[in-house]
Write a protein that binds this ligand. Structure first.
Ligand code: NAD
Length: 366
């Protein structure tokens, strides 16, 4: 097949869909790869590295007109959909439930689209799971961003001049990002507390040396295809009560909570922010899905009553070298699974194809 990689156009998006080693793997399988000039530069990969790996470096319009399939990272902008032609297949992030209008526009152009973010949460698909590979990096970076914004250090320090108490970190959500945030904060010497509504996360949290905040009466929650279904307001109220003491004594709060498809749960209210310690910091990783804190804003830092609230839509893009390497690995594993030399198999009996193919032959499938 002829795969085309275009440069990312969204503000702040520094990743690239394929790195040179991934290009090499596809070429060894018998495919061809075209890459837009400069597409990898912000991830640290120059055009010469892609040429050496066997790709042809070309202009954007050449890449799009020659490729059978266009590979990318970020959700495409409307004008990027109109650049493509009927029958072409787009592979990248789509977030179909958040962007129904995008699906309609892809379908009306007669394109096919695979959403890498719709990968099933199964053992078989784990090596193609971009949410895991990218959220893992985001969880790490959230701690670094928070530490940088804090007015104190993380570890306990006993010096001749006195003792410095360790920083207290509270993390909402112990999924992929949350677990990595716990591990990172612990490595830096913080005291870490964690809240998640999936009781099974308790053991994982404790094994990383953090304290799990249990919510009474919350024995099990509904999980749909690896994602927690939205829980009732009653459950959220109980959780709010159980976590409040930790919230008001925390120096750094990192929120990573997401539920299936829809809007991120509102876990920290404006009223609570006003009761937090002055100088404390909230890093909200859920702003792209609406935010876990009522006052956080998409990709912006705001200060309220001495509390700094940092909204992070896309932290993985701030570590683009590793993020692109992992994304490209997921992408190549997926392409090897879903495509043959002559084209995509579109085998609907295959769980991975069926879950990720969100538009096929002009028809929206979600
Ligand atoms: P996610 O990004 O959908 O959500 C992040 C976390 O937020 C989850 O742990 C969720 O329970 C939590 N959350 C939701 N509502 C909350 C609330 N009100 N308060 C606090 N926390 C709340 O989750 P994820 O990181 O993608 O992973 C979820 C699970 O799926 C993990 O156990 C992970 O190991 C598993 N997983 C499996 C695979 C696979 O097998 N291929 C791949 C990825 C993830």
């Amino acid at each position: 097949m002829i795969f085309g990689v275009v440069a990312e156009t969204r503000r702040g998006e520094r990743r690239v869909a394929l790195v040179p080693s991934a290009v090499k793997t596809l070429i060894e399988k018998g495919h061809s790869v075209l890459i837009e000039e400069g597409a990898g530069i912000r991830s640290g990969f120059d055009d010469a590295a892609y040429s050496s790996a066997g790709a042809r470096v070309a202009s954007r319009s050449e890449v799009i007109s020659a490729a059978e399939s266009v590979l990318r990272v970020g959700v495409p902008m409307p004008e990027e959909i109109s650049e493509m032609r009927k029958g072409q297949t787009f592979v990248g992030y789509v977030y179909p439930k958040r962007h129904p209008e995008l699906l309609t526009s892809i379908a009306s152009r007669g394109l096919n689209a695979f959403a890498m973010d719709a990968m099933p949460r199964s053992t078989r698909a784990q090596s193609m799971d971009v949410l895991s590979s990218q959220n893992n990096l985001a969880g790490y970076k959230a701690v670094i961003v928070g530490a940088n914004a804090l007015n104190k250090i993380f570890p306990l320090m006993m010096t001749a001049g006195g003792t410095v108490r360790p920083t207290r970190v509270l993390i909402y959500g112990a999924g992929v990002a949350g677990l990595q945030a716990i591990a990172t904060a612990r490595r830096l010497g913080a005291i870490v507390e964690v809240s998640d509504i999936r009781p099974e996360t308790k053991e994982e949290v404790q094994s990383l040396g953090a304290k799990f905040i249990s919510v009474e009466g919350l024995e099990s929650v509904n999980v749909q295809g690896g994602y927690v279904a939205a829980v009732t307001d009653e459950v959220l109220a109980k959780q709010k009560e159980a976590v409040e003491k930790s919230l008001f004594s925390a120096d750094l709060v990192i929120t990573t909570a997401l539920v299936a498809g829809g809007r991120a749960p509102r876990l920290i209210t404006a009223e609570q922010v006003w009761k937090m310690k002055r100088g404390s910091v909230i890093v909200d990783l859920a702003t792209e899905a609406g935010g876990n804190c009522e006052l956080s804003q998409s990709d912006q830092t705001v200060e309220v009553n001495g509390v700094t609230i940092i909204g992070c839509d896309n932290l993985a893009a701030t570590v683009p070298a590793h993020a692109s390497e992992l994304y490209a690995k997921n992408m190549v594993t997926f392409l090897n699974h879903a495509a043959k030399i002559e084209g995509f198999a579109f085998d609907m009996a295959d769980e991975i194809t069926s879950a990720t193919l969100v538009v096929h032959n002009g028809e929206v499938r979600v």
